[in-house]
Design a protein. Sequence first.
Length: 304
Amino acid sequence: MDLVDTAPQTSTGWTSRWFGTASALRGWAIASLLANAALIVTGAVVRLTGSGLGCPTWPHCETGSFVPQGEMGIHGVIEFGNRTLTFVLIAIAVATVVTAVRAGASQRVRLISWIVLLGIPFQGVIGGITVLTRLNPYVVALHLLLSVALVALCTWLVQLTRGLEREPLPAGLRRLVNAVFWLLMIGLWLGTVVTGAGPHAGDHGAKRNGLDIETVAKAHAWTIWLVVAGTIALLVLLHRAGLARAARWALLLLAAELLQGAIGYAQYFSGLPIGLVVCHMVGIGLVTTAASWLWFGTRRGLPA
């Protein structure tokens, strides 16, 4: 078990209720997952509104000031708001670590909590490099990919704080789960390449990666179709093997993939309207969570 304090706490103080029980730890883990997924969306809003250089320097918003000044307009407010969200994420991550220690969680839960906490300041550093490189598309991609990694870790943390036992699978099915998960990660990376070739650069003067958007969009789409095909095959095989719980997780993943794919095609053929792009960013959090739940929630363990 990853939590050892399954019995009710004897103390009724608010610090124990908020920072000292297994249920509190589960709550903080969920909050961390939601907050890191939200950062994907707010980062996209910065880019889509052309506010990527609303604060033209880092760590200051502008020279001599950590906050935007009136002449910087709405773009400064949007970019500063996104930077401020980092401190919210840090506060939630600190609360998670403190609660994990006080609740007597396992070493693994504490370690993941610490990794998430240490990963968030790196987001700020990458964000600063993004600004200092004038929104280099490859650095912008790192910003998103780190968020994806943190969402995956937070999903695992939620599983552990719920005391979820990993579902044993035959070796072949576990390999298929691995293939689906890592193909999806490649697909998400290719999505950042598409973004780097597209029109929403974050600022009218920002450089693009120079790649043909239609070519990279097709590469991204074909990768995701492979993921969908693998997920369908996985769902069928899990159902035939009588592994109902893992099959439910695969079904949820397939639903998230199909929804994300529908949004992706809609935004592509309608000229990348901002509203649909934001929905696509929400979808990244959904598919990452669903894929991570299946990947971390299963293991090799049954005979073929």
